[in-house]
Design a protein around this ligand. Structure first.
Ligand code: CP
Ligand code: NVA
Length: 303
């Protein structure tokens, strides 16, 4: 039984295989080739936080492959009345073939994975967003080719998406420059694990210009993630020098691409001009989530 609780659940070979499969699915659907590899399979989505892309891309992807989905907000389950996760996991496993979970603590994902008898996929926790890391790298490869030859920058919060990018850097061997304000670095434990797996791939700096200088890829995300709403005002002050704007882009290569996992807060972490400008690839990035999720579901459910 395989789960995807974080990128490090996968080895390099498996990541490359998933990326190849995602490109293949994208190409074959473009030519209208029907594929019903998941007929009769049922996917449950257990979400404790809102979602547009992750939810809809998993649901649409499952249906495109012939499967069906059940969306469950945690409010509707007996979980909300205190039924233990381990019981929920064992019961859901008798009904469905895989579970996508979006939650707060990573320990919730891990507890579900421990008890489920079907694959559990992390659709975002406070610590990790592995599906995002995987599909974002797909977008970089699609636009720029071999990622190991690129300078990749992350500007802003050392958050869940940043952690998954760091683990992708370790597994694929590309260098990742992160510019984070003091106090908002990536989790030191995750950083240590990444350093152990792949010494020297992570470069943590304070100055966004240093991270972005001659970069091929610039990545950012919101300054206050879901669950941090109370810190939003304070974070706006701390993060203001970390905005991805036209001025910062001047330091990157002229053909650098800009990624944002979305939803974006225009005028905060990214300007309208950059988000709507020619270097942003965010809509293709959002689309690729679906192809990557389809590849992941096929791999987990059919081997
Ligand atoms: N990028 C992403 O995970 O978006 P949603 O929150 O809309 O799922
Ligand atoms: N870091 C953001 C990502 C949203 C897709 C959050 O956790 O809210």
């Amino acid at each position: 039984m395989r789960h995807l609780t974080r990128v490090f659940d996968l080895n390099t070979y498996e990541i490359k295989l998933l990326l190849e499969k995602a490109f293949f699915l994208k190409e074959s659907f473009k030519y209208g080739q029907p594929r019903r590899s998941l007929t009769g399979k049922v996917l449950a989505l257990l979400f404790e936080k809102p979602s547009t892309r992750t939810r809809v891309s998993f649901e649409a992807g499952m249906q495109r492959l012939g499967g069906t989905t059940i969306f469950l907000s945690s409010k509707d389950l007996q979980l909300s009345r205190g039924e233990p996760l381990k019981d929920t996991a064992r019961v859901l496993s008798r009904y469905v073939d895989a579970i996508v979970v979006r939650t707060f603590g990573q320990e919730v994902v891990e507890e579900l994975a421990r008890w489920a008898r079907v694959p559990v996929i992390n659709g975002l926790s406070d610590q990790h967003h592995p599906c995002q890391g995987l599909s974002d790298v797909m977008t970089v490869i699609e636009k720029k080719g071999d990622i190991t030859k690129l300078k990749v920058a992350w500007v802003g919060d050392g958050n869940n998406v940043a952690h998954s990018w760091m683990e992708m850097a370790a597994r694929l061997g590309f260098h990742l420059w992160l510019a984070c304000p003091e106090g908002y670095d990536p989790d030191p434990e995750i950083r240590a694990e990444v350093e152990k797996e792949a010494p020297g791939v992570i470069h943590l700096v304070r100055d966004p210009k240093e991270a972005v200088r001659d970069a091929d890829v610039i990545n950012t995300d919101v300054w206050a993630s879901m669950g941090q709403e109370k810190e939003a005002e304070e974070r706006k002050k701390v993060f203001s020098p970390y905005q991805v704007n036209a001025e910062l882009l001047k330091y990157a290569k002229p053909d650098a691409i800009v990624l944002h996992c979305l939803p974006a807060h225009r005028g905060e972490e990214i300007t309208e001009e950059v988000l709507e400008g020619p270097q942003a690839v965010v809509w293709d990035q959002a689309e690729n989530k679906m192809w990557l999720h389809m590849a992941l579901l096929e791999w987990l459910l059919t081997g």
